[in-house]
Design a protein around this ligand. Structure first.
Ligand SMILES: [Zn+2]
Length: 309
């Protein structure tokens, strides 16, 4: 089985906190993605304990995309280290615009302390760090500005939320549209041209082995085709993941307040009108489904989530 090279440390985290990847050079290190803001100190500890690096040596953060579960730790790490931050050119525009919808901050009420992007890259460009040289690869779909990073020497792909070891990341209908699903499919097809032995996803475990990577690309494309044909399933899956993210990010989430807040919000009304014109008590039905699958738990009115943040 292929294994990660010694200059890479994989920090697997959870649903709310994206995974991080440390790339080592002798006197400095780079981190891909920084999780959610409430997990920033836990990331700092993981970097010290699992990667053996003090934050003072952090030279560079590179983000696969701008969502707050991948960029939430940027501000804390940049403040503590003075590091550079690299995003795609599209993400730099989105981050600088502060648009809460495109950056998915409004939807699940996720927060993201502001940080400064110091360099923007585009697909086809190269990012060199230590012995590693990464080619920036088109990754748009899940997020308009998403990119992957491919290291040909190590046959390694850092693929954010483009490709996971199981399941499929969201393409939010009202943000990315049907075009988002089409872009996601095109980005996945593009990965077939790369020789990848290990793919490091934004959430969940590694995808190890060339065949496993190809199989996950094919399965993800099948999921996209299913969603194109069954738009209500697409939209309800996205809503369920927002509910989970909201419960994981919140301190004291009560069902009644959450349902009331969503039902008042313009994005929810628009999504419900477009995809579920005849549904009544849509949110309650989705919450009940998550309770039935034991992904959520309820104590009186208070919701908690059984998945790891
Ligand atoms: Zn993510």
């Amino acid at each position: 089985m292929p294994a990660l090279p010694p200059h890479i440390t994989f920090l697997q985290r959870g649903v709310l906190n994206s995974n991080s990847v440390v790339v080592h050079a002798p006197d400095a290190f780079l981190v891909f993605d920084t999780g959610y803001c409430t997990g920033a100190r836990a990331l700092e500890r993981a970097i010290a304990e699992q990667a053996g690096r003090p934050l003072a040596e952090l030279a560079l953060i590179v983000n696969t995309h701008a969502h707050p579960d991948h960029t939430g730790g940027n501000a804390h790490l940049q403040e503590r280290s003075g590091c550079e931050i690299v995003t795609s050119d599209i993400d730099r525009m989105l981050i600088e615009s502060g648009d809460p919808v495109t950056l998915m901050r409004d939807w699940a009420d996720l927060q993201c302390p502001s940080f400064g992007v110091t360099r923007a890259v585009r697909p086809g460009e190269t990012l060199a760090f230590g012995v590693a040289e990464f080619i920036v690869v088109e990754g748009a779909g899940h997020a308009a500005g998403e990119v992957s990073y491919y290291c040909a020497r190590d046959k390694l792909l850092i693929c954010g939320d483009l490709l996971w070891q199981s399941g499929f990341s969201n393409v939010v209908p009202l943000v990315e549209g049907i075009g988002g699903l089409a872009r996601h499919e095109r980005s996945l097809s593009g990965l077939r041209e790369l020789d990848v032995e290990i793919a490091i996803p934004g959430h969940g475990p590694l995808v190890v082995g060339r065949d496993a990577v190809r199989q996950r690309i094919d399965e993800s494309i099948e999921t996209i085709r299913f969603y194109r044909a069954h738009r209500d399933r697409w939209a309800s899956t996205v809503l369920k993941s927002f509910i989970v993210m909201h419960v994981l990010a919140g301190e004291q989430v009560t069902r009644s307040a959450f349902v009331a807040r969503c039902e008042r919000s313009p994005w929810f009304q628009e999504q419900a009108a477009r995809f579920f014109p005849r549904a009544e008590r849509l949110l309650d039905a989705l919450i009940d489904e998550l309770l039935g699958r034991r992904i959520l738990r309820a104590e009186n009115d208070r919701l908690t989530c059984s998945l790891s943040a």
